[in-house]
Design a protein around this ligand. Structure first.
Ligand code: ZN
Length: 456
């Protein structure tokens, strides 16, 4: 099998990935701010990095990959939501963190081993801010503590940010009393009615960027092997994370920086203000989680993904085809097999999921045409490949029953009647029932262990 190559946005090149320590591979992905239901665009990073997590676990061993994804549980929007509902902030954050976990679990996302919450690490953030103040990389004002971008000569390496462009292009907004427009808040001074923590530099709460730097340091230790997130976080969030860690600890934050592309909705940018937002939990009422997951993986992770009704219909049809092929070989004896080399090569080549999906369909064709003595191998390869993608995790019969909805019992009844007709050698009746099933979109498959059916 080929080596793993990943596009590293720090160098803007596809590079061969090797962890600093193969016994302890570390990955961090910026998680959600928990104040509302997550939309389908929010689902792309957890699903994309879940495939990478599965691939890393397969390559280095499940016990040797440490994956952390945080919850931002202190933020202006959380405070506003709690005030709006007249409930405690903790009630809002606990509710939406739970919903996020349910939504991502329905999308087949393995729960990261570490899921730190920002409010549990305020002490670590305070310590890091103190270090930054002591080194001259941060300064206090009336409104809080700011990171001094001018104090960091290397600022801008990830995003190609240029100080000269920023100087002419930005102005200091609102109440912020920072030195330059591009300095950013590490700590926000306490305001009435808002949660606040005691700190040597005054009561207040942390800014967003410092959370990730402090939690990565505490939970994983810098530099980590892989830092991931949506491309919308590349600037300023990830640039700021890098600057904070470099100036506080003198180390790079991460060796590889990976970003997934935008998701558009019917060719439009998803935007709450435009009202075109689809929530994961709404989609899950209409579509199986695996359809949403496979649709999210249908484009290469770095490319934009256009989310449409047609994409979902097409993905559902495709999954039915894959499950149909799995159903055909499901009774073959179990055996141990790796996923085929062509499938693995696709994923190892910068997570080329469209190519990997094409290889899954090739495996489906192989399953549909395999002779009995070859079925165990094809089935095991098919299952191993599907497991890396996090799909085909249901029993095929159960999948088709669920797809048939309230028709499932009626179909079962007709299939049983047909089995009885065949046993009685009543061929006209058997054919009549088969035609009725065909008209309902049901295909019956007669095998040595009886008859099964699937939706076509
Ligand atoms: Zn982050």
């Amino acid at each position: 099998m080929s080596a793993l190559f990943l596009t590293n946005n720090l160098t803007r090149r596809k590079e061969k990935f090797a962890p600093a320590d193969p016994e302890r591979v570390t990955m961090y992905v910026c998680g959600p701010t928990v104040y509302n239901y997550a939309h389908i665009g929010n689902a792309r990073p957890p699903v994309v990095f879940d495939v990478l997590y599965r691939l890393l676990r397969r390559t280095y061993g499940a016990d040797h990959v440490i994956y952390a994804r945080n919850y931002t549980d202190i933020d202006d929007r959380i405070i506003a939501k709690a005030q709006e509902e007249g409930v405690a902030i903790e009630e809002i954050t606990a509710r939406y963190a739970r919903i996020y976990e349910e939504d991502t679990a329905a999308l087949g996302v393995i729960k990261p081993g570490i899921a730190p919450r920002a409010t549990e690490h305020v002490g670590d953030m305070i310590a890091m801010i103190e270090t930054l103040i002591a080194s001259g990389a941060a300064y206090r004002t009336q409104s809080g503590v700011y990171f001094s971008v001018d104090a960091d000569a290397d600022y801008g390496g990830l995003s190609n940010w240029k100080r000269d462009d920023a100087v002419s292009g930005t102005r200091i907004a609102g109440e912020e009393d920072k030195r330059t427009a591009y300095d950013f808040a590490l700590w926000k001074a306490a305001k009435p009615g808002e949660p606040a923590w005691e700190a040597p530099f005054g009561r207040g709460r942390p800014g967003w960027h410092i959370e990730c730097s402090a939690m990565i340091e505490e939970k994983l230790g810098s530099p980590i092997d892989i830092h991931g997130g949506g491309v919308d976080l590349l600037f300023p969030h990830h640039e700021n994370e890098i600057a904070q860690t470099r100036c506080a600890h003198g180390r790079p934050l991460a060796r590889f920086w990976l970003h997934n592309g935008f998701l558009t909705l019917e060719d439009e940018k998803m935007s709450k203000s435009l009202g075109n937002v689809v929530l994961i939990h709404e989609l899950l009422k209409e579509w199986p989680g695996e359809v949403l997951r496979l649709a999210l993986l249908s484009a290469h992770y770095r490319e934009p993904l256009n989310w449409t009704g047609a994409l979902l219909e097409q993905t559902k049809t495709g999954l039915n085809r894959l499950y149909g092929a799995l159903q055909r070989v499901k009774d073959a004896p179990d055996t141990e097999e790796e996923a085929p080399a062509a499938f693995l090569d696709a994923l190892m080549d910068d997570l080329n999921t469209p190519k990997a999906i094409a290889e899954l369909f090739a495996l489906a064709t192989a399953a549909n045409t395999a002779k009995p003595n070859d079925q165990p191998r094809v089935k095991a390869q098919f299952r191993a490949a599907a497991a890396l993608m996090g799909i085909l995790q249901h029993d095929p019969d159960a999948w088709f029953r669920a797809g048939a909805g309230d028709q499932a019992e009626k179909i079962d009844g007709l299939v049983a009647e047909r089995v009885a007709a065949r046993a009685a050698k009543n061929w006209p009746e058997s054919d009549r029932i088969r035609d009725a099933l065909t008209a309902m979109g049901v295909e019956v498959m007669d095998g040595p262990n009886g008859s099964t059916w699937r939706m076509t």
